[in-house]
Design a protein around this ligand. Structure first.
Ligand code: GCU
Length: 429
């Protein structure tokens, strides 16, 4: 076993060196395309990525073999992004919170109550032409987004019920490693504890934190429902995940091959989105019936009011989000007015003053799909606890962010590590 691990680590190091020197061919002459992600093999993103693999191999199978590494096997999101930057691997799926330190336009997605409905979220993200300029904003960092994946609507869950922001007072809540998410949790009255996704289960289990916030799949796929029994629908964020590619790899592809990768990416999004809406309903049912999680509908207004200042601060402090923010407000308005979807009709809502833009009219409460009674109850997908997947990260103490600056942990592009610290590598497909 040890011997096998050593061989796997050695081969990955070799690939790192090859990647750096521009040589990425391995084995039978076909190039190995590696994709890292943080979710289990039953998660919609993994299923979407299987479609990506199938399409690329169906069209370019003589040249490429696509390998998918789930469960943070190649490291947590920030580490996996670094591997993609250096060319050690070709692709990674990561949430936009992890991209904020590379291109600050991505901060907009951490803004609480940015989208007023799931429909507006999907419509804005599916506008491929508009999103392209956003996707290119990390070119300087050496990677580019190819497509997005639905990661649902985020709400708080904890060991005790939350009905109003007052209930969160003093609670230690894990948020994503993004300054805006820290400010948001603090505005709700909680002590924000930014940490990587894979550490959350153990941190809740060991009472290092009281809870976290995420979509419903975190309860089942990541088993957080075993340790946190109250899920309160605060619906405060819709943060997309992104399929990110190494720029050098993408740019050296001949045009027709690039097109295949692009088509594969779009197809993977379609599959992922369909799978998402199915699985989110199932997850709720499983969490409720098999894990004993209680779902709580809360009055959103006090939550929205608590973070109105955060929206304003973000717009005042980061001017690079203004244009995308205006565009999203345009889409929100379009959906609210029942205007059918077209790519060209969105009229950005330009606020009179940046401060005024933060004071949105009371947003429409996003619709969260409800598990239909008719659905068969699937078995809880098997996923090892975070501690099993990553060489058991000890979670001795949760850092509590005293201010939003404290979380900018992502190293600059210039000091990314080259040799990945992987204890075991398994291909998950
Ligand atoms: C979701 C999302 C991940 C993200 C995670 C988190 O699961 O899909 O990309 O990393 O939330 O809260 O960190």
């Amino acid at each position: 076993m040890k011997h096998l691990k050593r061989i796997l680590i050695l081969s990955l190091c070799l690939v790192v060196l090859c990647g750096l020197s521009g040589c990425i061919s391995v084995g039978d002459g076909r190039k190995i395309i590696r994709i890292a992600h943080a979710q289990s093999e039953t998660h919609p993103e993994h299923i979407g990525l299987l479609k990506f693999k199938e399409y690329v191999e169906a069209n370019l199978g003589d040249k490429y073999e696509v390998q998918i590494f789930p469960n943070e096997l190649l490291g947590a999101a920030q580490k996996a992004i670094e591997l993609t930057q250096t060319g050690a691997i070709e692709f990674v799926v990561a949430g936009t919170a992890n991209l904020e330190t590379f291109a600050d336009v991505y901060e907009v997605f951490s803004m609480p109550y940015l989208f007023t409905s799931e429909e507006a979220y999907h419509r804005a993200m599916n506008n491929v032409d508009y999103m392209q300029t956003i996707y290119e904003s990390t070119d300087e960092a050496g990677f580019r987004v190819l497509t997005w994946y639905d990661a649902g609507t985020r709400s708080f869950y904890a060991k005790k019920p939350i009905y109003t922001p007052a209930d969160m007072k003093g609670m230690k809540m894990r948020v994503q490693q993004s300054p805006a998410s820290v400010s948001m949790a603090q505005a709700f009255g909680a002590a924000a504890s930014p940490m990587s996704f894979g550490e959350v289960y153990t941190a809740i289990q060991q009472n290092v934190i009281d809870g976290a916030e995420n979509n419903e799949l975190a309860l089942t796929n990541n088993k957080h429902g075993e340790v946190a029994k109250y899920y309160s629908y605060t619906k405060h964020q819709m943060v997309p995940d992104m399929l990110i590619g190494n720029l050098k790899f993408l740019q050296q592809l001949p045009e027709e091959e690039y097109k295949i990768f692009e088509e594969a990416a779009l197809l993977s999004t379609q599959v992922e989105m369909e799978e998402w809406s199915k699985q989110v309903a199932e997850a709720k049912q499983i969490a409720q019936e098999q894990m004993g999680v209680q779902f709580i509908d809360v009055d959103l207004q006090p939550f929205q009011e608590a973070v109105a200042g955060v929206q304003q601060e973000m717009l005042a402090e980061n001017t690079s989000i203004q244009e995308l923010y205006n565009y999203i407000q345009g889409v929100n308005q379009q959906v609210q007015q029942g205007i059918p979807e077209t790519d060209t009709q969105v009229t950005p809502v330009v606020p009179e003053t940046p401060a005024a833009s933060g004071a949105q009219a009371t947003p429409v409460v996003p619709e969260t799909p409800v598990a239909s009674d008719a659905q068969a109850t699937p078995a809880v997908p098997e996923m090892p606890a975070a501690s099993d997947v990553q060489a058991a990260p000890a979670v001795p103490e949760a850092p509590v962010a005293s201010d939003a600056q404290a979380v900018s942990e992502t190293p600059a592009a210039s000091d990314v590590q080259v040799a990945p610290q992987v204890d075991s590598v398994q291909e998950g497909n």
